[in-house]
Design a protein around this ligand. Structure first.
Ligand code: SF4
Length: 535
């Protein structure tokens, strides 16, 4: 197809696509009023007025339509900004653009170049060689840009879930189940957080049909910011929802630890000094003991003679003082004294003041050694209470974080260019910015286009499914028009933003594409003109 350009260098509206590019060969055994959806390998035959198996496509009076509207993001235009430009209604689509404002304010201040077409509701092209549904030309800071937009179908995708809690969820590598089916596993814990790896090609395709279906449904709900209940073999039940506190065994988590036991000793050592003769910060990983710790030694604290169970790592730092659990500091302890093996009678003294506290400050207790050097509980003095409360104050709210991780392969790359490796290279060369529903996507180093995005930065309900089973997710590739031409892009399908607003996707068989507008999330940079987040 020939490229048409205007004097400003942007292509004109694309000529009507060839019929062969719009429709799959008709299945001769199909009832006359049905149409075949060819947006994924399922190839649903859809009766008039009905939707296909994924509820994403429907037969509207003989025309295949994408049921959900495509989501267009508006750039926030602040009053008083030098970028303030009165909206100029150049086409009927412009009038829609103005009316489409969902906050009722500032709608006459947008220009078409302040609109970004996302992959949410954009539709999918299948088989892979077809150009992406939207290849949109617009400008950013006077530079001609192109954004290639599609809803990708991902068999190779997973969720990485970070759960801010000290509480033990289960052993690493343990199976994570949803409604009884294995949908992932516990992976390496991070600082103050337990981590799950959920979904992925093996659970989607490598197990039973039920496992694939439940994995897909679990990923859909988590991606769309809904709550999912998971159970971990040999561990806990946990309810996870992006952006919300996790619920572990029915208890909503409140605080993320300030640090490990050793770090907590170090951070608050000066504040403990003078209030207690010994401080033990109980932690499943690294329990800290103030007088033995470097911080206590620097403060010239008198040794207490305390002997702690577990494995001594370095002075004042102990591993494995107890079993993991949901008690003090992520251990199974209800009584913190259980980790004290005894006291060196030549060093300890009656009247020694002992504070025991967890890494979140949620658990704390004071003791004084009696004549037999046995800790006796005492009321916590007010000034000690103040420091314990400060530990709690320094804990951030506990959250669940869900990152979507996917590999852009077949239709995504071929939908951008005839020569897909050029897209991969262009991304690695920081020429192409990758976003998911307008949210920044981190591009992993190494081969392929493996991207990761925080679902909380993506628009609501960005994800869908198809029954293969696979996840449907939005993806956009933005670059300069000249770079798109250089990487062998589908130049014949580049259309100006105003034409896209007027006519919708190129493959919509003439049916107008429904659309809705949303302001871009304040946390997200305007996707055009940004370098990619390369690893
Ligand atoms: S599952 Fe959805 S996308 Fe796939 S063919 Fe059916 S209607 Fe089309």
């Amino acid at each position: 197809m020939t490229e048409h350009t205007k004097t400003d260098g942007l292509p004109e509206a694309m000529p009507a696509p060839q019929v062969l590019e719009r429709s799959a060969p008709r299945n001769e055994r199909m009832a006359g009023d049905k149409i075949e959806c060819n947006a994924c390998p399922v190839l649903c035959q859809i009766s008039p007025g009905r939707a296909g198996a994924c509820d994403r496509y429907a037969n509207a009076a003989g025309v295949l339509v994408r049921v959900d509207p495509v989501l267009l993001l508006r750039r926030a235009v602040e009053s008083g900004s030098t970028a303030l430009v009165p909206f100029a209604a150049r086409t009927p689509a412009d009038a829609d653009l103005a009316r489409g404002s969902d906050d009722g304010a500032g709608e006459l201040l947008a220009t078409q170049d302040d609109i970004f077409v996302t992959g949410v509701g954009a539709g999918t092209t299948y088989p892979d060689y077809k150009p992406a549904p939207f290849i949109v030309a617009s400008q950013a800071d006077g530079v001609d840009m192109v954004t290639v937009v599609t809803e990708g179908i991902f068999s190779y995708c997973s969720l990485k879930v970070k759960i801010d809690t000290d509480r033990w969820l289960g052993p690493e590598q343990a199976n994570v189940r949803c409604q009884g089916e294995v949908v992932g596993h516990v992976t390496t814990a991070e600082y103050g957080s337990q981590m799950l790896s959920l979904g992925g090609v093996h659970h989607l395709t490598g197990g039973s049909k039920k496992e694939g279906r439940l994995t897909c449904d679990m990923m859909l709900r988590l991606g769309n910011k809904q709550a999912v209940e998971l159970s971990i073999d040999g561990g806990s039940q946990v309810v996870v929802q992006a952006g919300r506190a996790p619920i572990v065994n029915g208890v909503e988590e409140q605080r993320m630890r300030v640090g490990c036991g050793s770090a907590t000793v170090g951070i608050f050592a000066k504040q403990f000094f003078g209030l207690a003769d010994e401080v033990v910060v109980v932690d499943d990983h690294i329990t800290g003991v103030l007088t033995q710790h470097q911080a206590g030694r620097c403060l010239d604290m008198r040794p207490s003679g305390i002997k702690i169970r577990g494995r001594k790592s370095t002075p004042g730092r102990y591993f494995q003082v107890a079993n993991p659990g949901t008690g003090w500091g992520g251990t199974d302890l209800a009584d913190p004294l259980a980790i004290i093996e005894g006291w060196d009678a030549t060093v300890a003294w009656p009247g020694l003041r002992l504070l025991m506290v967890s890494t979140t400050g949620e658990h704390s207790a004071c003791y004084v050694l009696d004549e037999q050097l046995t800790p006796q509980p005492v009321a916590m003095p007010a000034d000690t209470r103040t420091v314990v409360e400060r530990i709690g104050e320094n804990c951030e709210p506990s959250l669940s974080t869900v990152l979507f991780l996917a590999g852009a392969g077949g239709s995504l790359r071929a939908g951008v260019t005839d020569n897909p490796v050029r897209l991969t290279r262009a991304i690695k060369q920081a020429v192409v910015n990758v976003t998911c529903g307008g949210a920044p996507a981190y591009v992993w180093p190494g081969g392929g286009i493996t991207v990761m995005a925080d679902v909380m930065r993506m628009p609501d309900n960005s994800f869908g499914t198809v029954p293969t089973p696979a996840i449907v997710a939005p993806m956009e590739f933005s670059m300069r028009l000249a770079d798109y031409r250089a990487l062998g892009g589908h130049m014949g399908h580049v259309r100006r933003i105003e034409d896209v607003l007027a006519r919708g996707a190129w493959h919509s068989d003439g049916a107008p594409t429904a659309r809705r507008f949303e302001a871009i999330a304040p946390a997200n940079a305007w996707p055009l003109g940004q370098p990619p987040l390369l690893g």
